[in-house]
Design a protein. Structure first.
Ligand SMILES: O=C(O)c1cc(=O)[nH]c(=O)n1[C@@H]1O[C@H](COP(=O)(O)O)[C@@H](O)[C@H]1O
Length: 235
């Protein structure tokens, strides 16, 4: 894996034109983009095709969660779009249905374990008996059995989860902040170097790049930090 491939930039902007301008500014410093709910509701699905046609990889972050039949059929539609990753929530019925819908299309399903804006207290308020680490671990085990390709989790759970799921499962972490950066609404965060050092395959980074004064410089600095951490990982 190259450092550039490890970085996924979240195109959390209001319009397709703003997203195009950002992609243009980032140029070849970024090869992988995430289109989430904000942009998907503003023409982002068409942009996904454009990005694929220009050689970028695309992650559709739609966080599907519904009865199995609906998730399966929705996933089948998305699989026709030839994108790389799709998120669903990490519930067993949902994950199995998405796997079924993706079939042999090559669309890889990522299961969201516990959102990185949640901590133990938030989970308790939502009615969960266990804390974050135990909940991520139980969802990770079910996800592996359901046959999804990867997990979304915070950098803080990586070292506990990798041994549970083995080397093949993709571990993808939002909640990434360069040292000194604002955490915004994220509660479980670490730096790019720490996340890669703990075994992440991909980092999802939004505001530290998209709201930076110089997005390209911010992306290049993160890629350099990933590169350094990957170097330490193999030695
Ligand atoms: O599924 C995701 O991508 C996701 C899961 C999660 O637990 N936390 C999380 O922040 N995300 C997404 O990752 C991105 C993080 O953005 P920043 O906090 O701006 O770096 C946003 O697009 C979120 O929607």
């Amino acid at each position: 894996m190259t450092a550039r491939d490890a970085l996924i930039v979240a195109l959390d902007v209001e319009t397709v034109d703003a997203a195009r301008a950002l992609v243009e500014a980032l140029g070849d410093s970024v090869g992988f983009y995430k289109i989430g709910l904000e942009l998907a509701f503003a023409g982002g699905l068409e942009l996904a095709q454009e990005l694929k046609d220009s050689g970028k990889r695309v992650f559709l972050d739609l966080k599907l969660h519904d009865i199995g039949a609906t998730v399966e059929r929705a996933t089948r539609q998305i699989a026709r779009r030839n994108v790389d990753f799709l998120t669903v929530h990490g519930y067993e019925q949902t994950m199995r249905a998405a796997r079924e819908g993706a079939g042999e299309s090559g669309l890889r399903i990522l299961a969201v374990t516990v959102l990185t804006s949640y901590d133990d207290a938030d989970l308790r308020k939502a009615g969960y008996a266990q804390g974050v680490t135990a909940t991520v671990a139980s969802r990770a085990t079910i996800a592996r059995e359901a046959g999804v390709a990867g997990l979304i989790l915070s950098p803080m759970e990586l070292s506990a989860i990798r041994p549970l799921v083995g080397p093949q499962m993709l571990l993808v972490t939002p909640g990434v902040r360069p040292h000194g950066g604002a955490s915004n609404d994220q509660k479980r965060v670490a730096s790019p170097g720490e996340a890669i050092g703990a075994g992440a395959d991909h980092l999802v980074v939004g505001r530290p790049i998209t709201r930076a004064e110089h997005p390209r410089k911010a992306a290049e600095a993160i890629v350099a930090e990933i590169q350094e951490a990957l170097g330490r990982r193999v030695t």
